[in-house]
Design a protein around this ligand. Structure first.
Ligand SMILES: [Zn+2]
Length: 528
């Protein structure tokens, strides 16, 4: 990076040698939540919030139009204190030593050891968390700037195996990108990393190896949804094949029982399981519950107890019945599974990247019961998947959970990246949009989406100034949303997109910040 040494020198940061000069630290303290200034007049700039002294060495993040690096600087070459960073010595003015490290995974791991706040942590004790999946690996600064305004903890690294496979990323990459964003922003509030929708121990291992403390266990494949349709005779047969102790407990604790919950909140609800339904639950969820216990113990020992387990039963075709949620919650508690959050499938449609589709009153009625169950049996957070852009139900979600919630978002940040291009780089936006128009039918095979794609205005009839309107149009949003895999696998297009968003870094961060403030504010999360 050209003239990095001079850029550092011109800031006068090394004069004291062990701490940031007064004017810089004063300025850091007075920064507004969204402010993240860069220092330097030339093409090489330094991120003010990243600056930190450790053992007499100044560390920071710098950028030019081509890329970003971590730098270390001192009066002379330090004999220790650089950890395992792989450094390249850089030219520097007299009386100064400067070296840089690439934004690699190895260096991210070295950074975790030097500055532990750059490493993802368990957020189990945090009341409100928000999952901010970042397909591009560029969104962390914008995410942090939104989160800083509120009493919310961000899960900055979050991908499912499927999303990673689509675009050739690994969990290591995902955590690495978040790490550099956290360092650049100097964010010390603690962030999570979520191996999303994992279905087996092999994929959990990959997430744990990448230092992800959160695991979202997707029980879809071990649950037996077909049992919901079984005749009484079939249920009896299935039930008779289960373990005897489990059967006895189901008979004694659920069969013909009524559970009254929410008494303390003055919001009483009674849920009953007749003998057939109790047995049906046992057959449907028995194997999934046993597997949850196995996974819990596995992660517990791998992480030394600092983990966030999310149980996901949302990828089913029918909404989770409150009685079934109760059965699952109570059984997880009985088995000692430490549930941090649980994602039921709610009534209505939670399609990706667009608002809630369905009856809001009915949603509210059922959502309240799910929250009461979560509070009563384990006190876990209710997790809302495909939670982005559900502005119509955010007030209900915030109120009924009492902010004890996890909201999971992912593709919406990709869309905000495209919005940034639509606003500031129309040519790049147009090429991606044109590609998506051709590509989306292929992508549709992976997504459940009902949109009127014919309602999308043809690109050649839309002026540059109107391009951002596509990001307000439901069908266009969904088309762009599901096309990310195709766009990012197209090397030339991906390179163009990354180069543009690098130049538009500040604009991109501002667009993301505004979008996520709408989400977090819409839930009613208190300001900090
Ligand atoms: Zn989900």
């Amino acid at each position: 990076m050209k003239n990095l040494g001079t850029a550092i020198q011109s800031l006068g940061l090394l004069k004291g040698g062990t701490e940031l000069p007064r004017d810089i630290s004063d300025r850091l303290k007075s920064l507004a939540a969204s402010e993240s200034p860069r220092l330097g007049d030339g093409p090489t700039q330094i991120y003010l919030r990243s600056l930190v002294f450790r053992k007499g060495i100044l560390f920071g993040a710098a950028r030019d139009d081509q890329g970003k690096v971590l730098f270390c600087a001192a009066g002379e070459q330090p004999s220790s204190g650089l950890g395992e960073l792989r450094l390249a010595r850089q030219p520097a003015p007299e009386g100064m030593w400067v070296a840089t490290a690439e934004h690699s995974s190895e260096n991210a791991r070295a950074l975790h050891r030097l500055f532990p706040w750059t490493k993802p942590v368990s957020l189990r004790e945090k009341r409100t968390t928000i999952g901010m999946g970042d397909r591009l690996g560029l969104a962390t600064p914008g995410h942090i700037r939104a989160a800083r305004h509120y009493a919310v903890s961000p899960v900055l690294a979050q991908q499912s195996v499927r999303e990673n496979d689509f675009i050739g990323r690994t969990y290591e990459d995902v955590v690495t990108n978040a790490t550099w964003g956290v360092f650049q922003e100097g964010y010390r509030g603690g962030y999570g990393a979520d191996g999303d929708h994992l279905k087996n121990l092999a994929s959990i291992d990959v997430a744990l190896a990448a230092a992800m403390p959160m695991v979202t266990l997707d029980l879809t494949e071990v649950m037996r949804p077909e049992v919901a349709e079984w005749t009484p005779g079939e249920v009896e047969q299935g039930f008779s094949e289960l373990d005897g102790t489990f059967r006895q407990r189901v008979e004694a604790e659920y069969s013909g029982q009524t559970f009254t919950i929410g008494e303390s909140s003055g919001d009483e609800v009674s849920l009953s399981l007749d003998p057939l339904e109790a047995r049906r639950c046992a057959v449907m969820y028995g194997p999934a519950l046993a597997f949850s216990r196995e996974v819990n113990d596995y992660i517990d020992s791998a992480t030394g107890g600092a983990y966030d387990l999310e149980i996901s039963i949302d990828e089913t075709t029918t909404p989770t019945l409150p009685e079934h949620h109760l059965f699952i919650a109570r059984e997880l508690q009985h088995r000692g599974v430490l549930v941090n959050s649980l994602a039921p499938r709610f009534i209505g449609e939670f399609q990706k990247g667009v608002d809630y589709i369905g009856d809001i009153d009915e949603f509210e009625k059922q959502f309240r019961v799910h929250c009461l169950i979560a509070r009563e049996f384990g006190g876990y957070k209710v997790s809302v998947h495909s939670g982005s852009d559900k502005f119509a139900v955010f007030p209900v979600v915030g109120r009924e959970t009492g902010m004890r919630l996890h909201l999971k978002t992912s593709g919406t940040s990709w869309l905000e990246g495209l919005r940034t291009l639509a606003l500031y780089d129309p040519q790049t936006y147009r090429s991606i949009h044109a590609f998506a128009t051709e590509y989306y039918p292929t992508a549709l095979t992976h997504y459940h989406i009902t949109a009127d794609f014919d309602s999308i205005r043809p690109l050649d009839q839309v002026s540059d100034a109107e391009l951002p309107q596509y990001l307000e149009h439901v069908a266009a949003r969904q088309m762009l949303h599901i096309s990310y895999g195709g766009v990012l696998r197209n090397r030339a297009m991906a390179e163009r997109l990354y180069a543009s968003l690098h130049l538009l870094e500040e604009e991109h961060a501002r667009v993301l910040e505004a979008h996520f403030k709408r989400h977090i504010g819409g839930l009613g999360v208190p300001h900090t």
